[in-house]
Design a protein around this ligand. Structure first.
Ligand SMILES: NC(=O)c1ccc[n+]([C@@H]2O[C@H](COP(=O)([O-])OP(=O)(O)OC[C@H]3O[C@@H](n4cnc5c(N)ncnc54)[C@H](OP(=O)(O)O)[C@@H]3O)[C@@H](O)[C@H]2O)c1
Length: 256
């Protein structure tokens, strides 16, 4: 396999972890970024088992200096960046009228500004490689709800940010897209259901069973299914796809 390097954020669990393991089939080296080093090491083992080299970086991407450090360590280890998958996100799932300043700032600091800073820091290397970027949004961008207002608002901002990067990428030779998953069963989805259950007078077990019907879908998505879309977006087959916001949601969004 020719040398090719992808950075995956949020790689310690959930969709980020599944994406890293999937990309190990297509890239010769993966850079895994998140805070929890033990979980990152678990992902690293799974990636190595598929055959790719690994650099695991424990970093808090909400910190302004983290992006430069991730890019510097990546270039020192592998000398190039062909793909950047910004998946890390932990926007507080709190009611519009109860979300504190600190919760808004924390949600923005990681998911919007963390992805923005890392994409900017990696941009020169991405231009050199004619690379690809994915920014993780979410279906809630299309239907922001008051009980989780920051989630929908920040996801909508991510779609706009990806579009702005893609505009620059047309002349720079870098493709940039955003992805909007529907409900995928991960740790974050379980914490969402912990909020959703009492709002609907249900136990967590009842809520977990009933939520897909309420959302108008047949079942939850699996992280591995989103990982397939991620892999396509950074593959040669998607080279002419840029500035798109791609939904994979089991049919949750009913409008065209
Ligand atoms: N699951 C869904 O239904 C769904 C739907 C739509 C969109 N999404 C989006 O998909 C992305 C992944 O979600 P998920 O469901 O896989 O969530 P998850 O299982 O909670 O994973 C979140 C990832 O983000 C990392 N992270 C959190 N805070 C971080 C920080 N400050 N610095 C660096 N990394 C950090 C976590 O690692 P550490 O804790 O180790 O730092 C973890 O790897 C998120 O952006 C989420 O909004 C998910």
């Amino acid at each position: 396999m020719p040398k090719s390097v992808a950075i995956v954020t949020g790689a310690s669990q959930g969709i980020g972890r599944a994406t890293a393991v999937r990309l190990a089939r297509d890239f010769s080296a993966l850079v895994l970024v998140a805070r929890n080093s033990a979980n990152l090491e678990d992902t690293a083992k799974a990636v190595r088992a598929v055959g790719a080299e690994v650099l695991a970086i424990s970093a808090d991407l909400a910190e302004p200096l983290a992006a430069q450090s991730v890019v510097a360590q990546t270039l020192a280890a592998f000398g190039q960046i062909d793909a950047l998958l910004n998946i890390a996100g932990a926007v507080p799932q709190v009611d519009l009228f109860e979300t504190t300043e600190q919760q808004w700032e924390a949600g923005l600091a990681l998911k919007l500004h963390g992805a923005r800073r890392l994409t900017i820091a990696a941009w020169p290397a991405l231009v050199a490689a004619k690379g690809a970027v994915v920014l993780m949004s979410g279906n809630s961008a299309s239907f922001p709800k008051a009980p989780y207002a920051a989630v929908g608002t920040i996801n909508a901002a991510i779609v706009a940010l990806a579009k702005a990067f893609s505009d620059k990428g047309i002349s720079d030779g870098v493709q940039v897209n955003s992805v909007l998953p529907g409900p995928v069963m991960t740790g974050r989805r379980r914490s969402y259901l912990e909020h959703w259950a009492p709002l609907h007078n249900m136990s967590l077990e009842e809520a977990t069973a009933k939520f897909p019907k309420e959302a108008g879908i047949a079942r939850y998505g699996e992280p591995e299914e989103i990982a397939e879309l991620m892999a396509f977006l950074v593959s040669p087959g998607a080279r002419w796809m840029t500035g798109s916001a791609l939904r994979m949601d089991g049919g949750e969004v009913k409008s065209i």
